[in-house]
Structures are given as C-alpha cells and as structure tokens.
Design a protein around this ligand. Structure first.
Ligand code: SAH
Ligand code: SF4
Ligand code: F3S
Length: 454
C-alpha cells in the first residue's frame, strides 16, 4: 500500500517512525511524502498532554470528512495514544482500522495483512489491534536502520519505558517498564549512523541515567556514553536525565570526553518540595540544586535546560514562588514550561482537583518572563566567543541559516556565508533570549571543510 506516516510527540516517536518505515518498505509497501497520495495513513501519536491529543482528533476528523466524501483510505493509530483507553475510544468514534501500541511497532506489517484478510472475508470495517508492553527480546534487540542520507543529527534510543510513577504522567502506561537495549545493538546503530555521515548523535530514553540498572550484564550510563563517544561523532548529546539517578560519573564523562557536549537537560518540574512530593518526584529541591552546583563546577560552560509544570493541583502561590526562586538559583539557559494538563488514567487525575485555567496561565506567563531574563543572561555569556555550530537549514526569513551549537543554543548566521550544511565555527556577535547571532569564521575544530561564500 502507498503509506504516509505522520509523527507527533517526542524524539522517541521520531526514532520509532524510522523503524515503522523500514518495516513497511521491507514488507513491500511504498512510502509517499503527501497524505493525499496515500492509501494508508499511519499516525504515530503522543498522549503526554491534552494538546497533542487534540491534534490527533483534528486530523482524524478531517480524514473522516474525506472518507464521507468518498475517499478510500485506511487509517492506523500508532504511538502512545494507541496504547490507552482514550485512543481506543477515538478509534471507535472515527472508524480507525488499525491500532498498534508503541511496543508493537515491528508488528505493523502483519497487522496490515490481518486487516486486509479481514476486509476480504467480512467486507465492512474490521479493526486490527496489537498492543504489547513486553519489549524484551524483540523491539529492544531490533536494529533500527540509520536515518536517510544527508541527516546530520541522528536519534538513538538506548532504553525504553519508565519505572518512575510521577503522578501527572501517562508515559509509564503507554511505554511500560524500563528495559535497556544491549550495548552491542546501540554501538552497531551508532557506527552505522556515523558511517552515513551523521555528525551529532542524541541518545534517547525517558530516564537515560537508569541505563543498565535492569540488567547486571550491562555497563552504566556513564560507561555507555564513553563507548558511544569512542565511535567518533563530533558530538554526542543525550536526553532526558532524571535528577534522582544523575550521578557524578556522568558529570565526569561530560567533563573528560571532548565530544560529549556540555549540555544537560535536567527536568526539575517544580521548585517546591511540597509539590515535588505530590508529584512523586523522588528528589527534593536541595538535591537538585546540589547537582546543578556540581555540574557548573566541573563543566563551567555547561548549558542547563529543564522542564517545568506550573499549576499542578494544589500548587499555592507560595509553592509557585519557590519555583521562581529555584529559577534564580539554577539560572536555566532554557526551559520547556507547561501548564499542568490532567491526563485520564494518571494518579493525579484520579486524586486531585485541577486548578482553574486562569491561575495556570497567569503563573505560566510569569515564569516565561523570568525564563526570558535567565535565557538572555545565559546566552550573553557566549557573546564575543567562538562556538561550533551544526548548521542544518535555511531560516524562515531566507536571510539566515540556522543550526545548533555544541551547547544546544539555536544559532543564526548569514545564509550567504554557508555553502553547505554541516559543522561551522561561528563567532557570536549578539545574543537574544532565544538565539545567538554570529558570523562564520572558519573551519570547525574537528577539521570539517568550511567553504565560505565568495
Ligand atoms: N521522562 C522525562 C519527561 C517525559 S515527558 C522526565 O521525566 O523528565 C516531557 C515533559 O512533559 C515532562 O518533563 C513534563 O514536564 C511534561 N509533562 C508530562 N506530563 C504532563 C502533564 N500531565 N501536564 C503537563 N506537562 C506534563
Ligand atoms: Fe513521566 Fe516521570 Fe517517567 Fe518522566 S520520569 S516519563 S515524567 S513518569
Ligand atoms: Fe508523547 Fe509518548 Fe513521547 S506520550 S512525549 S510520544 S513517550
């Protein structure tokens, strides 16, 4: 079948989409770039907040209209939403044909075959459903092919699932318990990516610091980091770190390994111990700030980013002020800031009453302002300095080319200075809260050629 895959959600879904696509091609299906050309549309979905679910509802609504107007198209719901009752209900409502959970993506081809057979025998709207959260032995060993040639940043999942039970979060239910992938599979994928010209590899997991804890035969995360760094990428990044397992040996690996980037994404979620307890985050404010101090001491250039939820049920003005004051101590370079979104099926949804929307958005607004201040301060540290930038695309204005620094800043340079995408050495001239602006000054330090526009 001519198939189009739509991907929402985190980088893990993007990585899973590569597996889905390779399974489809191996199973004799064709990939098409436009949904309008497809006989089968697969939605790889996210369920972490209300908004990504609304997006899926809107796409399913459009497809239902097209079908009613006579289009014959098969619709598949994959990813995190497909694992939940919420997804099942949507499948019923919108006539979805295939439901395949995130632990069953390698079953996509047999699921399509089963659907075709069922359609042939019964004729009307059969549905095929595959959900499986027991990953070990198949998906965990499965080798994902490298991304398409020309890809500069490659994502590599090192573990699946999550053993934490943060009360607001649906992920443990959609992705199951933590399972680390074998070291050999990870290194094999990393080598294949590097051979294909990928300059930056991003190691992925809901909680990468737990890598190896489920299997005594595996190395620790810090050891894995060093093993992947040895593959020879100019850059190695990783996400997401959990403060509970963020150990000093990881800080050592960042400090001592040149190509492991000075960039850490360490979600704190709240600055109030009372709220952290109600969220069931297993650390407290002081422990978090200790990690930040150790990081800044050992890795002085480190760029630190975080995730924050504002307006968690029961959050008082005083709790929120604790988050603001944590900001002033931690001085995050950037943050993903979310208003709490009650997710059916989570403990917080069952136990606590949601705060009024106005309170959540008013606090979010104040936090965004505070973050702007610290982002600008953080970015100004780099004014006048040279940074190495992986330039990936032309900016929307057409006048700039856009990329990311080793420390993960968004960096813009004049497009005329860039002849091809890739690593460039850039002198930073000007910082805003959201980006660094500069000019290309020469060859990047690892010797990648830098042809300047004449
Ligand atoms: N495993 C990662 C995060 C995964 S989800 C970690 O523990 O850090 C990404 C982010 O979405 C979370 O860090 C959190 O800030 C946010 N998030 C998760 N559930 C949410 C909810 N119900 N409402 C608002 N934000 C949420
Ligand atoms: Fe969700 Fe918490 Fe697990 Fe992160 S650590 S995925 S926030 S349950
Ligand atoms: Fe969303 Fe699932 Fe990722 S819920 S954030 S796609 S793990």
């Amino acid at each position: 079948m001519r198939t189009h895959v739509i991907t929402h959600g985190c980088q893990m879904n993007e990585y899973d989409t590569l597996t889905i696509q390779s399974e489809l091609v191996a199973g004799g299906h064709d990939l098409v770039d436009h949904p309008s050309d497809a006989e089968l549309i697969l939605l790889n979905t996210c369920a972490v907040r209300g908004k990504p679910v609304e997006k899926v509802v809107s796409i399913l609504g459009d497809l239902r209209k097209e079908r009613r107007a006579g289009r014959d198209v098969v619709i598949g719901l994959m990813g995190c939403l497909a694992q939940l009752d919420e997804g099942r209900d949507l499948a019923d409502k919108f006539g979805v044909d295939l439901l395949v959970g995130p632990g069953a993506i390698t079953d996509i081809v047999p699921a399509i075959e089963a659907l075709e057979q069922a359609r042939g025998s019964r004729g009307r709207e059969p549905r095929v459903r595959v959900d499986r959260l027991a990953f070990r032995g198949d998906l965990v060993d499965h080798l994902t092919p490298p991304p398409p040639p020309g890809t500069l940043t490659g994502y590599l999942t090192i573990m699946r699932g999550c053993d934490h039970h943060c009360t607001y979060c649906i992920v443990p239910q959609t992705r199951g318990p933590e399972v680390s992938r074998p070291l050999a599979a990870i290194v094999h994928e990393a080598e294949a990516m590097r051979a294909q010209g990928v300059d930056e590899v991003v190691l992925l997991g809901q909680n990468v610091n737990s890598y190896g804890r489920d299997d005594p035969g595996l190395p620790s995360f810090a050891e894995l980091l060093r093993a992947v760094a040895a593959v020879g990428f100019p850059r190695v990044k990783f996400t997401t770190s959990h403060p509970m397992n963020f150990t000093s040996d990881v800080i050592d690996a960042i400090a001592e390994t040149a190509n492991v980037c000075d960039y850490v994404h360490l979600p704190v979620q709240s600055g109030s111990d009372r709220v952290l307890r109600r969220m069931a985050r297993e650390y407290r404010r002081e422990r978090y700030l200790d990690i930040v101090r150790e990081l800044r001491e050992r890795v002085p250039d480190v760029v630190l980013t975080t995730d924050i939820i504002v307006g968690f049920p029961g959050e008082t003005e005083e709790d929120f002020e604790q988050t603001l004051s944590l900001y002033d101590e931690a001085r995050f370079d950037a943050a993903y800031m979310f208003a709490y979104s009650a997710r059916p099926g989570t403990p917080a949804h069952a136990r606590f009453e949601d705060l009024p929307r106005e309170i959540k958005s008013e606090r979010l607004g104040r936090l965004v302002e505070r973050q702007k201040h610290w982002s600008l301060e953080g970015n100004r540290r780099f004014e006048g300095r040279e940074v190495r930038v992986l330039v990936k695309e032309l900016g929307r204005d057409g006048a700039h080319a856009v990329g990311h620094s080793d420390q993960h800043h968004t960096v813009l340079v004049p497009a005329v200075q860039v002849k091809r995408m890739g690593l460039h050495a850039v002198r930073v001239e000007h910082a805003t809260p959201h980006a660094l602006y500069g000019g290309v000054v020469g060859a990047a330090s690892d010797g990648v050629a830098l042809p300047l526009a004449s």
